[in-house]
Design a protein around this ligand. Structure first.
Ligand code: AMP
Length: 462
């Protein structure tokens, strides 16, 4: 890498708008649809330079807005020079280490490019390839892919990389950790050399730097503060709970403890819908927000959530983008996310602006490894809890019957009921936890390190 300039995350004006960054009307409209008002530091730093055609070396984690930092200017670049990519070809190739991340990036391109006519496809392993190869038949503007399946489709001549003008390598450090380095090098070798390359990594070990050096030309370096540390004001805890008991635990929590503004995260759209219905059956006022909801439905749900008597908001991660509400008292992770950074991002919805907040996670047996990954990222275990208080369960007021929220002036009054009683009687509540009856929390020390080179079957699944 030569003459890289380094900017830090704190060097932002705060008053910059997306229009100031040089984005066009269709893209600005999509951002307004998403509810974004201000660029994040990495967007502020990266967008103008990527628009100008410069390579980029970004040190940024999920949760910093890095996807938009590369997607927005690339959408503009493709719009400004409209070309047909040709059959089985793409103009932008994004490589991501996991299928979840690939799917998320794909959705982001679709969302940000929805008024710009951007066509995008995603390919990853572990599912049939038919739909993916069909999506590539006429070519697309953007292809997001995990390395293993991409190579498979290239071998079968179902994807052709000779028209790539823009390459994004996302989460390079995880690519290396997961043993994809050879696949990545093989793919990069197939690309035209006169392309623009954007390289992102959450950490910058020597190996990542040397990989970047082989791929980038005079890149701009941008760096943002790591997102591995949630706000100190968020009280985190986890329930070890069998999957089939999650629903009743949730209802109990919502009735007894999580009575402020609450977001419940589900992993899938279908799961969010089901939860929404279950809560309605239990007499709990709830609204769902996910990718299958129309814009009008999303707006209605958000408006209700911002009102003084908010319903419980059941959200998926993608749809939770753009939920910009300061006074969220509780985040409940009904299901743990695949990406540990997503956990940090989810719980960052509460405890904002110095206010206190609670993040409660439900972890079933199958989710133990996800919890371990989260704790590894946080570098500490999340305290485990037992059942919430049973007191008054049967006679509790349903959610819609509770008192309206107090104004901002009385912070004490804003605390949810159980949070207040916890402050008053912390020992009594904690005393209910019987460590012997409880599975030991998974700690970083108990977790085997990520294998550096997965077996071939695993790699092909990605
Ligand atoms: P990422 O780091 O790309 O995974 O993004 C983290 C989250 O921030 C996603 O939920 C995005 O939708 C959201 N996000 C990205 N940029 C902005 C922005 N400028 N304003 C509000 N939310 C944003």
């Amino acid at each position: 890498m030569t003459s890289a300039s380094m900017l830090s995350g704190s060097q932002t004006t705060g008053s910059t708008t997306f229009a100031d960054l040089g984005l066009s009307a269709p893209v600005l409209r999509a951002l307004a649809d998403e509810g974004y008002t201000t660029p994040t530091p990495i967007q502020h730093q990266a967008v103008p330079h990527v628009l100008a055609g410069r390579d980029l070396f970004g040190c940024a984690q999920t949760g910093t807005g890095k996807t938009a930092a590369f997607a927005l200017p690339l959408i503009e670049r493709m719009r400004n020079d409209a070309r047909q990519p040709g059959a089985r070809r793409c103009r932008t190739l994004v490589l991501a280490p996991t299928r979840e991340l690939a799917a998320q990036i794909h959705e982001s391109f679709l969302a940000y490019g929805r008024h710009a006519g951007i066509r995008a496809a995603v390919i990853f392993g572990g599912v049939g390839q038919h739909q993916q190869s069909r999506a590539m038949m006429n070519g697309v503007d953007v292809l997001v892919a995990t390395p293993g399946r991409l190579l498979d489709l290239i071998d079968q001549r179902l994807v052709d990389l000779r028209s790539v003008e823009f390459l994004v390598l996302d989460e390079a450090d995880r690519m290396l950790d997961m043993g994809f380095i050879h696949d990545v090098r093989k793919i990069v070798a197939m690309l035209p050399t006169d392309r623009q390359t954007l390289f992102f990594s959450a950490t910058l070990p020597g190996e990542v730097r040397s990989l970047a050096a082989t791929m980038l030309r005079d890149p701009l370096e941008v760096k943002t503060a790591p997102q591995s540390t949630p706000a100190e004001t968020v009280d985190q805890s986890v329930y070890f709970v069998p999957r089939q008991e999650k629903k009743s635990l949730l209802v109990k929590l919502l009735r007894e403890e999580a009575t402020g503004r609450v977001i419940v995260f589900a992993r899938t759209k279908h799961g969010a819908d089901k939860l929404h219905r279950d809560l309605a059956k239990a007499g709990i006022d709830a609204a769902a927000i996910h990718g299958n909801k129309s814009q009008a439905q999303r707006e209605r749900a958000l408006a209700a959530f911002k009102s003084p008597r908010p319903p419980v908001l059941v959200a998926t991660d993608i749809a939770a983008r753009g939920i910009d509400v300061d006074e969220v008292a509780h985040v409940i992770n009904y299901e743990l996310p695949h990406e540990p950074e997503t956990y940090v991002h989810r719980i960052g919805r509460t405890g904002r602006a110095g206010q206190s907040g609670a993040a409660v996670s439900f972890c079933d047996a199958e989710e133990r490894s996800r919890l371990a990954a989260i704790e590894r990222l946080l570098r500490r275990p999340i305290p485990a809890r037992n059942e919430p208080s049973m007191a008054g369960t049967s006679t509790e007021q349903p959610r819609q019957a509770r008192q309206p929220r107090q104004g901002r002036q009385s912070k004490r009054a804003q605390q949810p009921r159980a949070q207040q009683s916890r402050t008053q009687q912390p020992r009594a509540r904690r005393a209910r936890v019987t460590p012997a009856a409880q599975p030991a929390p998974v700690t970083a020390a108990a977790v085997a390190p990520v294998p550096r080179r997965p077996n071939r079957k695993h790699r092909r699944a990605l």
